[in-house]
Structure formats: structure tokens, C-alpha cells
Design a protein around this ligand. Structure first.
Ligand code: BTN
Length: 252
């Protein structure tokens, strides 16, 4: 896949801009990058606070020829790519279902995938936000988030971002996306995601959905990437979209 990166100094949201380009017929591989977002968006309607040079903000247009059932696996494939990029710079990341990247149990990256119908067919925008510094975290995430600067002790200069983060990341996104599209690729992506995530099975968690919350133990992935949970009330739950938080145990 060939990537073309359009760079903005400040923009509302790289995802919103990428959605506009996709609707206008942009090819797969178009990326929107910005130094600052004024209306950055997170999963489940949340904001993604995006001060200038405090994060890496990037969105990629994809046009996958995939069975709609398999589309959620694109975010898992992207999480693998981010995980491996951060491992290459010396961090020890974990993936929290579905696609948060954690270091030391704190969130360092979030991924937001959005779909849109276009004349050329369905497009998926995959937005990636990686925290570069912790200095400007809003109070409500200061305890639960971390950054490349905090974890490596080194500030990442904007001028070096392209070489250290963007180039390896895009290469890995292309690699895992292309693997997913191959015959048998869905199983490969699920297995590779599982091998990088302590949340895959046996983790005690609280699950928050739009209308309910329950606790249980993770029990693997469904074929489409949904998370299976053995609930404390013995029922099996299949979570397609929601928030999962590790439950503290006496050993923590
Ligand atoms: C999450 O809630 O964890 C997902 C956060 C995704 C943030 C990124 S930053 C680049 C792209 N543009 C956006 O508005 N959101 C995504």
C-alpha cells in the first residue's frame, strides 16, 4: 500500500478531515496528520484532548475488500502495528481490548475507527493518537495515561517524529492490514493480537456498555474480534463495543 500524508498545523480532527477526503474519493493510503487538533474525537463520543505537539495525531483512509463481519478486525490489526512500533522504541506495551495500547497499565495510545459510504464503496478511517508528553494531560486522565516522554525519559521532538514513529508505524499498519486481507488472515490477526494482549483471557474485568455494567473474566475473542466474558453470574457475554477495565485484586 502506498501512503500519502497531508500535514496540517492545526485541524479540528484528523478523522473528520480524512472522512471528508474519503467521501470525495480519496484513495486508500491517504493519511491526515496534524500537530494539534481542536476537536479531537475518542471512542464512544469522548473528546481526545490534543494540544500542539503533545501527541501524534494521524488518520488513515482504508478501502478494505472484506466481509462486513470481519471489519472490526481492522482496529485489532492497527493495535498490533502500534504495539510493535512502541516495542521497537524500547517500550513494553500491552493491548487492552479492543485497541487501547497501555504501558505499565496506563494508556499511551487510542485508536478510533469510523466507516463511511462513498461512491467508491465503503471506506474506513483509522485514527491513531499516541501521547508524546504527559505535561498537558487534562486532570481526569493524568493518573490513567502515560506518554513516550514519561516512559523513555526522552522528549520526542516534532522533527524526529516522522522517522521514529510515523515511518515504522505506517509500514507496520500496511503489513498487518495486508495480512488481514489474505485468505486465513482473520485468524492470524486474532492470534497475533492475543499474543500481545494480557486482556485476551483470564483477566478479571469490569465491562461498561451503554446501558449496563458487569464484572467477569475474559475468555478469548469471537471470530469478528468481539470479546468473550464469563460473567460473575455465570452467563457468557459477547462484547462488541464497550469499555473494559481491569479489576484490582488483592495482589495488585
Ligand atoms: C480512544 O478513545 O481511545 C480513541 C482515540 C483516538 C484519537 C485519535 S487522534 C487522531 C484521530 N483524530 C481524532 O479525532 N481521533 C483520532
Amino acid at each position: 500500500m502506498n501512503f500519502t500524508v497531508l500535514r496540517f498545523d492545526s485541524i479540528d480532527s484528523t478523522n473528520t478531515e480524512a472522512l471528508k477526503h474519503a467521501r470525495l474519493g480519496a484513495d486508500e493510503g491517504l493519511c491526515i496528520a496534524a500537530r494539534q487538533q481542536t476537536a479531537g474525537r475518542g471512542r464512544r463520543g469522548r473528546n481526545w484532548v490534543s494540544p500542539r505537539d503533545a501527541g501524534f495525531y494521524l488518520s488513515i483512509v482504508l478501502r478494505p475488500q472484506l466481509d462486513p463481519e470481519t471489519l472490526p478486525l481492522i482496529t485489532l490489526a492497527t493495535a498490533i502495528a502500534v504495539h510493535d512500533t512502541l516495542a521497537e522504541i524500547g517500550l513494553k506495551p500491552d493491548i487492552k481490548w479492543p485497541n487501547d495500547i497501555l504501558v505499565g497499565e496506563k494508556k499511551i495510545c487510542g485508536i478510533l475507527a469510523e466507516t463511511t459510504e462513498t461512491k467508491e464503496g465503503l471506506a474506513i478511517i483509522v485514527g491513531i493518537g499516541i501521547n508524546l508528553t504527559s505535561k498537558r494531560f487534562p486532570d481526569d486522565i493524568a493518573q490513567s495515561a502515560t506518554s513516550i516522554e514519561a516512559e523513555t525519559g526522552r522528549a520526542m521532538k516534532f522533527s524526529t517524529l516522522e522517522t521514529f514513529l510515523e515511518q515504522p508505524l505506517l509500514k507496520l499498519v500496511a503489513y498487518w492490514y495486508e495480512r488481514l486481507l489474505e485468505p486465513g488472515g482473520a485468524a492470524v490477526v486474532r492470534d497475533e493480537w492475543a499474543s500481545r494482549s494480557t486482556y485476551f483471557s483470564g483477566k478479571q474485568v469490569r465491562v461498561t456498555l451503554s446501558n449496563e455494567s458487569f464484572t467477569g473474566v475474559t475468555d478469548g475473542l469471537e471470530p469478528n474480534g468481539a470479546l468473550r466474558i464469563k460473567r460473575d453470574d455465570s452467563q457468557l457475554a459477547i462484547v462488541q463495543a464497550g469499555d473494559v477495565e481491569k479489576l484490582r485484586t488483592d495482589l495488585d
